[in-house]
Design a protein around this ligand. Structure first.
Ligand code: PLP
Length: 391
């Protein structure tokens, strides 16, 4: 594996050693099927139940309200399609935001093709949805509102409690894609009136391919997967025991160290911004300066926005892993980011962001190195594009 300074923690995070240790036995001798009645199976069931309790504790939910899935994407699909199918498509209006992850936006497109009406909340230049705009979009048949807790491209934090309260006044359910937020933001599903919440283990130093959906007791869901009736019939399929043990340990670690770790990540992020201000005068921060995930920076380079991919490759060669927009759009590299377009950026500027996202294993030395090579990488892209400087 290439030795790189890894600054792309919003794409995925390295597995924490404590998580790997907890998973170890479940990749070896402890191989039981949690549905089996014998002792080997019962031990696996206990491990799955323990993981469920750990996830529930982080969200202040009941363990019975956690449905395990195979990814954050699946959790989002289950929330949206699962709720829509309990109503039937004919009389179902769903509201989401223009800056959702494709796991939500593509699911909305799918539902639209099946006869569901979808409304899109706009977003300000700061990358934040305004709850006052929601009332104007709600209709008598709005059954579900889905707005992410924190954005994966710009890192901005959305006012989910306020949005949930507007949705509830209207009798609609509220779902939040909290894949980027879990472990970083305080989440309390009761205090924030959340009916459904998606999360994913690999964003918080857990394993890839493991997710969960919180479903408030009493909320009905049609399953996406049919079969042996696991997860109370909502998500059939033999559980990924090792992965779930990893998820449980990861949420436990993230919850325990959150305050201190967030402060550390904010300080590292501030160091980057101060360093750029001094050394890269055309760099600017995209999205609200303060209402953002700790250690999540989305940067533009005035006059060089068309060169984002080259900048990324230059950094890659210099041993730094960062991202242009979101990793999920790798196959659309070079296309304008729909999130930046929704924030009012023109097509050229919307192509030109560099995302730096810090995580548990980043150190001051990583930031020193970034600040050493980034000015050089930006300089190497001159002469600048012919696009006029407009901001
Ligand atoms: N939602 C958001 C906000 C994300 O950032 C991601 C992953 O980048 C997902 C959903 C999808 O999660 P997963 O990779 O577990 O499918």
């Amino acid at each position: 594996m290439p030795e790189q300074i890894y600054l792309d923690n919003a794409a995925t995070t390295p597995l924490a050693p404590e998580v790997a240790e907890a998973m170890g036995p479940w990749l070896g001798d402890a191989f039981g099927n949690p549905s089996s009645m014998h002792a080997t199976g019962r031990v696996a069931r206990q491990a799955v139940d323990a993981a469920r309790a750990q996830v529930a504790a982080l969200l202040a939910a009941d363990p019975g309200e956690i449905v395990f899935t195979g990814s954050g994407t699946e959790a989002d699909n289950l929330a949206l399609v699962g709720v829509a199918e309990t109503f039937g498509p004919g009389d179902f209006h769903l509201v989401t935001s223009a800056i959702e992850h494709p796991a939500v936006l593509e699911t909305c497109d799918y539902l639209q093709r099946r006869g569901v009406d979808v409304g899109y909340l706009p977003v300000g230049e700061d990358g934040i949805v305004d709850p006052a705009e929601l009332s104007g979009l709600l209709r008598p048949n709005t059954r579900l509102v889905s707005v992410m807790a924190a954005n994966n491209v710009v890192g901005t934090i959305q006012p989910i409690a306020e949005l949930a309260s507007v949705a509830h006044e209207h009798g609609a359910l509220f779902h939040t894609d909290a894949v980027q937020a879990v472990g970083k933001l305080p989440l309390d599903v009761r205090a924030q009136s959340i009916d459904l919440l998606s999360l994913s283990a690999h964003k918080l130093n857990g394993p890839q391919g493991v997710g969960a959906l919180y479903v408030r007791g009493g909320v009905g869901l049609e399953p996406l997967l049919h079969g042996g009736g696991q997860e109370c019939g909502v998500r059939s399929g033999t559980e990924n025991v090792a992965g779930l043990v990893g998820l449980g340990r990861a949420v436990e670690l993230a919850g325990a160290g959150r305050g201190e770790e967030n402060a550390r990540l904010v300080a590292l992020g501030e160091r980057i911004l101060a360093g750029l201000e001094a050394r890269v005068p055309n760099a600017y921060l995209i999205g609200d300066r303060y209402r953002r995930l700790p250690g999540h920076l989305c940067l533009g380079f005035l006059g060089q926005e068309g060169e984002a991919i080259r900048l990324l490759l230059a950094l890659d060669e210099m041993g730094i892993a960062a991202s242009a927009g979101s990793a999920c759009s790798a196959s659309h590299a070079g296309e304008p980011s729909s999130v930046l377009v929704a924030m009012g950026f023109d097509a050229i500027r919307a192509r030109g962001s560099l995302r730096i996202t810090l995580g548990r294993f980043n150190t001051d030395a990583d930031i020193d190195r970034l600040l050493e090579v980034l000015p050089e990488a930006v300089e190497s892209l001159r002469p600048i594009t012919s696009h006029p400087i407009t901001a």
